[in-house]
Design a protein around this ligand. Structure first.
Ligand code: ADE
Ligand code: ZN
Length: 326
């Protein structure tokens, strides 16, 4: 369609992408086979049929199960390279990629195996596709702060190559304040701070992410419109939100795309941006997210451009974190 062609033509930045969430069933079966692992599903089709979720936790259970087949550096490289090849074809020119070290280190995979595979694919895409990138290590919030501290420690040999830390996994019952000490320590090591907040959780979690963790960007933040004072804060302090529309529909954060809050957020002056979160599970990479959102909310060209420009504004492209930390 005409709209899809326009979206394809826009150079885009992806700031909210879990690399484990880009694991397509075809590649999962291929890697499982070469690692002699039997998946719980007997075919790609039956695996895909399991991708129906009523909430975040139902998704996370399947997402963590899928990641279990990743064993060797080559597996992490192939996963990351497949993602980068895909988004390159969609005219994505900058990515800020999350990875979840604990999903792997808890199974006995060394941090450096995970890191090296991802990093080498990012470097290759930088050279061959001219895609620029940042890397963000996420702490799993359903685990303890002590476990996050161990992950922070494991990352230190690579800290000159990792740009930030995030907070993901099961939101309800795991408020940002649970991680106040490890976020403080992470900042002292030079990591930039972001956190998932207000996806399923209440507006209080967004306040905590800002006031207690001191994050500079909120992942999701859908619920912020519940609180006028918070909206003013986000606007005044220019705190971006990285929204993920197809994820929100797939996880029933909203009932249908027409209810997505991004248009209201733009009207209020929030630096709202659009990303894919876990595209292999939610059926949409960057173009599909822009397309579905634009269609459902009837966004005009100015709003569409605003979204694309906001992502570059919200990115860390202009910051040379690596140099600063030496
Ligand atoms: N991990 C991967 N995707 C996630 C999401 N949408 N929310 C929380 N944790 C996640
Ligand atoms: Zn996410």
């Amino acid at each position: 369609s005409e709209l899809y062609k326009i979206i394809q033509g826009i150079p885009k930045a992806e700031l909210h992408l879990h690399i484990e969430g880009s694991f397509e069933p075809e590649l999962m079966f291929k890697i499982a086979e070469r690692n002699n692992i039997t998946l719980a599903y007997d075919s790609i089709e039956s695996l895909k049929k399991a991708y129906l979720f009523n909430n975040l936790q139902e998704f996370l259970d399947i997402y963590y199960a899928g990641a279990q087949v990743l064993i060797h550096e080559q597996d992490f490289f192939d996963l990351t390279w497949a993602y980068l090849t895909k988004v390159h074809s969609q005219n994505v020119v900058h990515v800020e990629v999350f990875f979840d070290p604990q999903t792997h280190t808890n199974r006995g995979i060394a941090f450096e195996v995970v890191f090296n595979g991802i990093y080498k694919a990012l470097e290759k895409a930088n050279k061959e596709f001219n895609i620029s990138y940042k890397l963000i290590m996420s702490y799993l919030r359903h685990l303890s702060e002590e476990a996050a501290f161990k992950t922070l420690e494991a990352s230190l040999p690579f800290k000159h190559l990792i740009d930030g830390v995030g907070l993901d996994s099961s939101e309800m019952g795991n408020p940002p304040s649970k991680f106040v000490n490890v976020f403080k320590a992470s900042a002292e090591h030079g990591y930039k701070l972001v956190a998932h907040a207000g996806e399923e959780g209440p507006v209080e979690y967004i306040w905590e992410a800002l006031d207690v963790l001191k994050v500079i960007r909120i992942d999701h933040g859908n619920r912020c419109l519940d609180d006028e004072k918070l909206v003013r804060r986000l606007v005044e302090e220019k705190i971006p939100l990285t929204l993920c529309p197809t994820s929100n529909v797939a996880l029933k954060v909203i009932q249908k795309m027409e209810e997505h809050p991004v248009a209201k957020m733009l009207k209020k002056g929030i630096i709202a941006t659009i990303h894919s979160d876990d595209p292999a599970y939610f059926g949409g990479y960057m173009n599909e997210n822009y397309f579905e959102t634009t269609k459902a909310l009837n966004l005009n060209k100015d709003q569409l451009m605003k979204l694309a420009i906001n992502a570059f504004k919200a990115s860390w492209l202009h910051t040379d974190t690596k140099q600063k930390r030496i």
